[in-house]
Design a protein around this ligand. Structure first.
Ligand code: SF4
Ligand code: SF4
Length: 68
């Protein structure tokens, strides 16, 4: 599993869908048309979603869990 993972600040997300189009892994979905959700199991932490987000509400950081 990748060492980094993206997460969305759903309070600031405008549900524009730009991150869905940018993600090469299909890790992003929009929950009930309200905010983006990133599937941590699929995300490889590449950061492409964060670069295109107009709201700047995606952060990519080290995973907190110590998975083998
Ligand atoms: S960091 Fe990369 S793989 Fe993860 S959700 Fe964003 S675009 Fe997709
Ligand atoms: S690009 Fe940003 S504002 Fe647009 S849906 Fe994704 S997280 Fe939300």
């Amino acid at each position: 599993m990748a060492k980094r993972v993206a997460s969305v600040d759903k309070k600031r997300c405008a549900a524009c869908g730009a991150c869905l189009s940018a993600c090469p892994k299909g890790a992003v979905s929009v929950h009930k048309g309200c905010y983006a959700v990133i599937s941590a199991d699929v995300c490889v932490g590449c950061g492409k979603c964060g670069k295109v987000c107009p709201a700047g509400c995606i952060t990519v950081k080290e995973r907190e869990t110590n998975e083998a």
